[in-house]
Write a protein that binds this ligand. Structure first.
Ligand SMILES: Cc1cc2nc3c(=O)[nH]c(=O)nc-3n(C[C@H](O)[C@H](O)[C@H](O)COP(=O)(O)O)c2cc1C
Length: 193
């Protein structure tokens, strides 16, 4: 059962956005008690030198300025921690993810919090969550040879411990709009309850 959804949008478009429309549909089907929305089309800053220095300083030793530098990252991580399901609306931009989405991931992927290094290699610490990704594209086939968005997203989610991932595709809209809609409908019909 889904209790808390963290919904993440990244499209620069509003109501015309296909990835947003599909995410609306997914959230409505999940019917969760709580939905927390994070819209990455609004600015999430890139990490910078001061952010890296703050993150590299042990928590107890951080200055007030360093704590402030990490405040957004801390809030984004709390949103992620609190969710049992992520619904991620992902347009393909220039064969990859929108820059806002990459900035979000850089903000949350902190060693010791989102993952840790062990003798056996890295271990994700955000286990026990499900992710549903609604991907939209004009011409790039989802999971095809030039899709660097969907496989990347699966990889980085796995890196932080989220491996229960399903994809709803409305890809190649410019090639065949009807076939694209049909793929999305089929994927929605096959979503695990
Ligand atoms: C800046 C930009 C880059 C894009 N790059 C690609 C691309 O590399 N491959 C592709 O198939 N479509 C590309 N598109 C088309 C979008 O993926 C397509 O319009 C999709 O529906 C966008 O998602 P949305 O409807 O949720 O906004 C691009 C669109 C924009 C605005």
């Amino acid at each position: 059962m889904t209790n808390t959804v963290l919904r993440i949008d990244a499209s620069a478009r509003g109501t015309d956005s296909v990835s947003r429309q599909l995410a609306d549909e997914v959230v409505s089907r999940l019917n969760p008690a709580t939905v927390v929305s994070r819209d990455l089309a609004e600015t999430v800053p890139q990490i910078d030198t001061r952010w890296l220095e703050a993150n590299g300083t042990p928590e107890a030793e951080r200055t007030p300025d360093q704590r402030a530098r990490l405040a957004l990252s801390d809030a984004l991580i709390e949103e992620l921690r609190a969710a049992d399901t992520l619904v991620i609306a992902l347009p393909i931009y220039n064969f990859g993810v929108p820059s806002g989405f990459k900035a979000w991931f850089d903000q949350i992927a902190r060693a010791g919090i989102a993952f840790r290094y062990t003798e056996e290699g890295p271990e994700g610490l955000m286990k026990g969550k499900r992710a549903i990704i609604t991907v939209a594209s004009g011409g790039t086939e989802v999971d095809g040879p030039i899709d660097f968005a969907t496989p990347w997203l699966r990889h980085v989610l796995g890196f932080i411990g989220i491996t229960d991932i399903q994809v709803v595709r409305s890809d190649r809209q410019m090639v065949d709009a009807e076939a694209s809609k049909a793929r999305a409908a089929d994927d929605l019909a096959h979503l695990a309850a």
